[in-house]
Design a protein around this ligand. Structure first.
Ligand code: PAP
Length: 345
C-alpha cells in the first residue's frame, strides 16, 4: 500500500492531494489493490488480507482509502483494539475524559448517544466503502477516531504523525467468546461455535490474527511510549481509577488534584460502567445504534472477566492457551483470565 502511496506522490503531475482527493481515481486504485489481495471466503463474510491483517469486506476499502487520503493531526487521538476487547467502554471513557470541561458527567452526551456514535471507526465509518469524508476538519479538537486495524496496516499518516494511540485488548478466551456472540447477533447468520473457533485459532477472523493485532501495538508501545498506550480490559476491571488516571495523563488531559479530591474520576467511571451504560435507554434498545447497524444492545452482553468458562470446553481452553503461549513467547505479555486468579498466558 505504501508503494501505491509513493507512486501516487511521484506519478501525479499536479499534486498528491489532487490525485487522492478524486473519488474516481481513489476507487480505481482501491479496486486494483484489492484484486491482488489474498481472500478468505470460508466464513460468513469475505476477508481480505492486507499487511498481515484480515479485513472484513466492509472495512478493506475504507482502510485503503484512509491510507491514501487521511491526514492525521498531531492532536488526534486514536483508539485501537481487536474486536470485542472493551472498545465501547474505552470510547465512553476517552470521550468523557477529553470533553469533561465541555460536558460535565450529568450533561454528558453518553446519556443519550451510543458510545459507538461518539467515536467512529476510520475504516468502516468515516471512509466506509472507500468514500472520502467531507467533514473531518469540522470535528471538535482533539479529533477522536477508532480502528480495529493492526499497527502495521494503519493508514500511513497515523503512524507518521505525532497523534496518540490508545490500545485496548483482552485475554484471548473472553475475546473469542464475546466475538462469537456478537457475530451471531450482528451477522444474523447461525454461527457454528466450532467453525468460528477454528477460524479464530487460524487467525482468519475479522481483524485477526488476534495475536498479531496485539503484538504490533505491544511492540510499538514499548518503542514509542509517548505515542502508544497499551491497556488491558482486565486491568480496567481490577482498578478503574488507577487506569483512568494513566489514560488521562497519556491523552494530555490529566486529572488535577482538585478534580481527584472532588471525586470526578470515580464519577466518570460510574457513568461509563457496564451497569450504567447497559441500562440507559439509548443502549438497551433492540433498535440499531445507527442506520443499518446492529442492535444498540449487542455491544453489552456480560462485561465480565472469565466468562469463557461458561462457553468453552477444556480442550478449547487448553488449545487457545497453548497458541497464545507460543505466539507471545518472549514478548513479556501476560493476561489475566479471571480477577481472583492470575494465570500467565
Ligand atoms: P466492538 O469491538 O464491537 O466495539 P467491544 O466494545 O470491544 O466491541 O466489546 C464488547 C465487549 O465489551 C462485550 O463483552 P462480553 O461479550 O464479554 O460481555 C461487552 O459486554 C463489553 N462491554 C461493553 N461496555 C462495557 C463497559 N462499560 N464495561 C465493561 N465491559 C463492557
Amino acid at each position: 500500500m505504501e508503494e501505491i502511496l509513493k507512486n501516487s506522490k511521484t506519478s501525479s503531475s499536479s499534486s498528491f492531494s489532487v490525485l487522492v482527493n478524486d473519488q474516481e481515481k481513489m476507487n480505481k486504485k482501491i479496486d486494483e489493490l484489492i484484486a491482488t489481495l489474498p481472500v478468505d471466503s470460508e466464513g460468513s463474510v469475505p476477508l481480505y488480507q492486507l499487511k498481515g491483517c484480515w479485513y472484513p469486506f466492509f472495512a478493506i476499502r475504507g482502510n485503503i482509502a484512509a491510507d491514501l487520503h487521511f491526514q492525521a493531526q498531531d492532536s488526534d487521538i486514536f483508539l485501537a483494539s481487536p474486536p470485542k476487547s472493551g472498545t465501547t467502554w474505552m470510547k465512553a471513557l476517552i470521550f468523557s475524559i477529553v470533553n469533561r470541561n465541555r460536558h460535565p458527567p450529568n450533561e454528558n452526551p453518553l446519556l443519550t448517544t451510543h458510545p459507538q456514535n461518539l467515536i467512529q471507526y476510520i475504516e468502516f465509518r468515516h471512509y466506509l466503502n472507500g468514500n472520502i469524508p467531507e467533514n473531518l476538519d469540522q470535528l471538535p479538537k482533539p479529533r477522536l477516531f477508532a480502528t480495529h486495524s493492526h499497527y502495521a496496516s494503519l493508514p500511513h499518516s497515523i503512524t507518521h504523525s505525532s497523534c496518540r494511540i490508545v490500545y485496548i485488548c483482552r485475554n484471548p478466551l473472553d475475546t473469542f467468546v464475546s466475538l462469537y456472540h456478537f457475530l451471531r447477533s450482528s451477522e444474523k447468520i447461525q454461527q457454528d461455535m466450532d467453525a468460528t473457533y477454528e477460524k479464530y485459532c487460524r487467525g482468519t477472523i475479522h481483524f485477526g490474527p488476534f495475536w498479531d493485532n496485539i503484538l504490533g501495538y505491544w511492540r510499538a508501545s514499548l518503542e514509542k511510549q509517548e505515542k502508544v498506550l497499551f491497556m488491558k480490559y482486565e486491568d480496567l476491571k481490577e482498578d478503574i481509577v488507577f487506569e483512568m488516571k494513566r489514560l488521562a495523563k497519556f491523552l494530555g488531559f490529566p486529572f488535577s488534584v482538585e478534580e481527584e479530591n472532588e471525586g470526578l474520576v470515580e464519577e466518570i467511571s460510574r457513568l461509563c460502567s457496564f451497569e450504567n451504560l447497559k441500562n440507559l435507554e439509548v443502549n438497551r434498545t433492540h433498535k440499531p445504534y445507527r442506520e443499518g447497524g446492529v442492535s444498540a444492545n449487542a455491544f453489552y452482553r456480560k462485561g465480565e472477566v472469565g466468562d469463557f468458562v461458561n462457553h468453552l470446553n477444556p480442550s478449547m481452553v487448553e488449545n487457545l492457551m497453548k497458541i497464545t503461549q507460543e505466539k507471545f513467547a518472549g514478548s513479556g505479555l501476560v493476561f489475566k483470565y479471571s480477577l481472583d486468579k492470575l494465570q500467565n498466558s
